[in-house]
Design a protein. Sequence first.
Length: 509
Amino acid sequence: MDKILVLDFGGQYDQLIARRVRGFHVYAEIKPYDKITTEEIRRAGYRGAIFTGGPNSVYGDGAPRCDRQILSLGIPVLGICYGHQLMAYLAGGTVAPAASGSEYGKTKLRVKDSALFRGVPEESVCWMSHTDAVTELPPGFAAIAASEKCACAAMEDETGRLFGVQFHPEVTHTEQGGQILRNFLFEICHCRTDWQMDDFITSAVEHCRRTLSGKSVLLALSGGVDSAVAAVLLQKAIGDRLTCVFVDHGLLRKGEGDFVEKTFGGTFGIRLIRLNAGARFLEKLQGVREPEQKRKIIGAEFIRVFEEEARKLGKPDVLAQGTIYPDVIESGKGDSAVIKSHHNVGGLPERMAFEQIVEPLRDLFKDEVRQIGQKLGLPAALVYRQPFPGPGLGVRIIGEITAQKVALLQEADAIFRAELEAEGEHLADQYFAVLTDTDSVGVMGDARTYGATVALRAVCTDDFMTAAWSRIPYDVLERVSSRITNEVPGIVRVVYDITSKPPATVEWE
Ligand code: XMP
């Protein structure tokens, strides 16, 4: 199989580069710059190499540098950002703080004729993030692109094998980024498109089988796509040595607990333990109104229930988790402000000392995990499930949580979801009902009623970091409102949330 080496110099986007290469059905292997020798690179038979970006300056103390001989192996190399500067430095050019200042964000790019830019218009927008720049080209190199502030936004050597770009072709803000990477892979490295998701499944299963030989593995199944795909992969690898524990905290959506049990225990025959712990959670939440406190109680109780079960099972050797790559990046940002303390099963190992942790999806992005889920035969309802917060309906019931309120919200939410899904058209990326703590007056059959107010929330978003409220057609909203007030006794009013994020968050708590 043709493969590309992604030589990692500590950039934020190393996985994204690999993901883009995989998107073109070419296998990409990420290696830290100091964990592979030039000889190993030569022997591995890579079709090409990509040097990633990184936070350093090439002349800085301890700057990550690789052997300059890599540039003479005859395999094409594409340096990105720091990788571009490093290539210039290694090949005898000069890198310095850009005289005209750093460039950050969307930047106009003008390209010249080069195999790297085949099919790329002369002028387009790229995404830059740099302070240093290549100020003097190495011998035998020529500049092949420029931006307003950067005369060497890209370079190529006379052999047509070495290329550097100051901008980031791997991010979607670079309009022609896909075309540029495609040119590198196919016009320059002459890769074949012979990598498929099936190859990932085969090698992940094989890897787990080898590394988990004879060991017992415990996985906390949440019902979300990540832990679900991890469970099915692991079951393929080690069968009955995998036990999945599904903690039903009683704050799930209508029918969800049964669906998870039926899918995993039934269809896939996975050894599944469902713990119906709703009463325990409600007891702990009694009288609690403050959102952060609710989140913390639910998270802590979740760990307690899980730990108790692990102990009963005689503490399995390995903890398995459905961690995916964006979780890895997010958890690395230790200094960002806490808006909400997220509760995920990913928070488990801090408290639980397992001999080993296995995370088979750690290098993948959400859409790749979905592709695998589909290939493994998971139901579409699960594979394309919208995100659901760990604390569940606990953060969608404003004020104190009671069993009656959970039941009311489950009914209203099920109606909203069913009506939106019946539309066939994709109206929102996440949609749910919230039970407010505002009671209000209504009238029904000439009599006064007094009951709860439900808010409907539906948002359109790419990444859930920002979101717009969905423009759901009025007649759909009308149908939902009418059904909820008619079919769910106790709810007399339905309102629609028209706040974007920011300033609001997606969830109400
Ligand atoms: P917010 O409310 O922060 O939500 O705008 C952004 C996205 O994150 C989901 N969310 C959570 N997911 N554990 C999770 O796994 C949590 O504690 C949690 N809180 C919010 C939310 O549903 C939305 O998709």
